[in-house]
Design a protein around this ligand. Structure first.
Ligand SMILES: [Zn+2]
Ligand SMILES: [Zn+2]
Length: 142
């Protein structure tokens, strides 16, 4: 079975330096908080938060703030719809506009017309149950 060895990926390796930065930020906020508390003299609170409980509170806020986007799995990039190969009609229906099939003309049959083209490749190609030049053209591209 093809399984990715998660242990070898070291997911936390790149996170280390930011801990130091976060620590400074926490201490700065704590000092600011203490300063504000002293100036206000908030009567609703018996005593200011200790640094420990302040850190716990702040850590909780940080998790709540950053948790959602960080936990979301990375999405594979989806190409815009216009960039994918898909059969399309030149005209309003299968009879109005028809072009010479590129695949057929490459094979020497230059008089086969088709109303269908690939919207990405911009190439006219037969696309019927009997003659699927569209599929053959894209099989050769791969
Ligand atoms: Zn195509
Ligand atoms: Zn054809």
């Amino acid at each position: 079975m093809d399984t990715i060895n998660v242990v070898n990926l070291k997911p936390y390796f790149g996170v280390q330096p930011s801990y130091h930065f976060m620590d400074i930020a926490v201490v700065n906020r704590f000092l600011l908080y203490k300063e504000l508390y002293k100036r206000r003299g908030d009567p609703a609170r018996a005593k200011p938060l200790t640094q420990k409980s302040f850190r716990e509170q702040l850590a909780k806020e940080m998790v709540e703030f950053s948790g959602v986007p960080a936990a979301a799995p990375p999405r594979p990039p989806t190409p815009p719809p216009s960039l994918t190969c898909m059969p399309a009609y030149y005209g309003e229906d299968a009879t109005t506009v028809r072009r010479y099939c590129r695949k057929c003309s490459d094979a020497g049959n230059r008089r086969v017309k088709t109303p269908v083209y690939c919207r990405k490749c911009q190439v006219p190609l037969c696309f019927t149950p009997k003659k699927n030049c569209y599929r053959e053209w894209h099989d050769l591209l791969e």
